[in-house]
Ligand binder design. Structure first.
Ligand code: IPM
Ligand code: MG
Length: 364
């Protein structure tokens, strides 16, 4: 197959982790006889520096014209003082909205090899951690009106959180469909004891539940969910939630699996043109040092193959190679066990080396 991939390297560690993912994709094309054509697109801080805009129209167009987009990470201290609408993150939000990718899928799955890297007690980890957070991605407070006004001699900052029924229904369906293909348990997370938008959320989920009678729907308040994720993560199969709750809970969920550096994500809308990115940020403090973990990005590329290109075998090939790498004891700094004895059994590797060692383990 011939596929066009828009590649956004972004800022901080973005370029180095994306480089490793491209090597992996090239190896897939070699092994399986596909052709991947890459088009570089600028987004984030580097786009501000180059074009004076975190996502110029020309760059968005490259993404919309592609079969899918692979993204590293954007942002950094350098652009902290630019006005809100010009921040690197605004480029990312405009990209997600421009592509219409309302459904963000963030798996929280513990790799058995990394169980000791989890900050949770062994007795909790041993019960298993394998769930997916389905996060609404282009609505809610991220996309409501933002403004700061002067009132009675002081500044008043306003961010609006709004959801309509249609926006909730379409992400709700993804939640139910995802659960249907897994353990058939869907937990809808909201704050219906306080927020109107959450009360509507809950009502729409329950209406949908009448159609998905094979899936068991439960409700959970977001504060309780934050607690349950560390107390008993084994209870979750699929969690569906709004944009900001999903942002926060997915960081928490990733951490209990060992490291945020391991977690990929897919974002899809009405078409198969998806946006694939690791869930971590641009980590400017370690940028250029060749110590970042590229696995979140490499696994994002695998998700692209699976969900947008219908190449499940190729995706398995990448995931198996990552698993073998971990079996062989190789660890980037973020996933080195904290226990000295455990650490002594592992070999610490950098970003490029991690990419190379995964390539060596890829076979048809
Ligand atoms: C994420 C990130 C982004 C978000 C930022 C960089 C805008 O934290 O993908 O989780 O909040 O969605
Ligand atoms: Mg986040």
């Amino acid at each position: 197959m011939n596929k066009n991939i828009a590649v956004i390297r972004g800022d901080g560690i973005g370029p180095e982790i994306v480089e490793q993912a491209l090597k992996v994709l090239n190896k897939i094309s070699e092994l399986y006889g596909h052709t991947f054509n890459y088009t570089d697109a600028d987004m984030g801080g580097c786009a501000i520096d180059k074009h004076g805009d975190p996502l110029p129209e020309s760059e968005l167009k490259k993404c919309l014209d592609s079969d899918s987009v692979l993204l590293g990470a954007v942002g950094g201290d350098k652009w902290n003082n630019v006005p809100g609408h010009m921040r690197p993150e605004k480029g990312l939000l405009r990209l997600r909205a421009g592509m219409g990718v309302y459904s963000n899928n963030r798996p929280a799955k513990i790799w058995p090899q990394l169980a000791s890297a989890s900050p949770l007690k062994k007795s909790i980890v041993d019960k298993g951690i394998d769930f997916i957070i389905v996060r609404e991605l282009i609505g809610g407070i991220y996309f409501g009106e933002h403004k700061t006004v002067e009132e009675n001699g002081q500044k008043n900052a306003i961010d609006i959180l709004a959801y309509n029924e249609e926006e909730i229904e379409r992400i709700g369906r993804i939640g139910f469909e995802t659960a249907r293909k897994r353990g058939k348990k869907l937990c809808s997370v909201e704050k219906s004891n306080v927020l109107d938008s959450s009360r509507l959320w809950k009502a729409v989920m329950h209406k949908l539940a009448e159609e998905y009678t094979d899936v068991e729907l439960s409700d959970m308040l977001v504060d309780n969910c934050a607690m349950q994720i560390v107390k008993n993560p084994a209870q979750f199969d699929v969690v569906v939630t709004e944009n900001m709750f999903g942002d926060i809970l997915s960081d928490e969920a990733s951490m209990i699996t060992g490291s945020i550096g391991m977690i990929p994500s897919s974002s899809l809308g009405k078409t198969t043109c998806g946006l694939y990115e690791p869930i971590h940020g641009s980590a400017p403090d370690i940028a250029g040092k060749d110590i970042a973990n590229p696995i979140g990005t490499i696994l994002s590329a695998a998700m692209m193959l699976r969900f947008s290109f219908d190449m499940p075998e190729e995706a398995d090939c990448i995931e198996n190679a990552v698993s073998k790498l971990l079996d062989d004891g190789y660890r980037t700094a973020d996933i080195m066990p904290s226990d000295e004895k455990e650490a002594a059994k592992c070999k610490k590797i950098g970003c490029t080396e991690c990419g190379e060692l995964i390539l060596e383990r890829m076979a048809k």
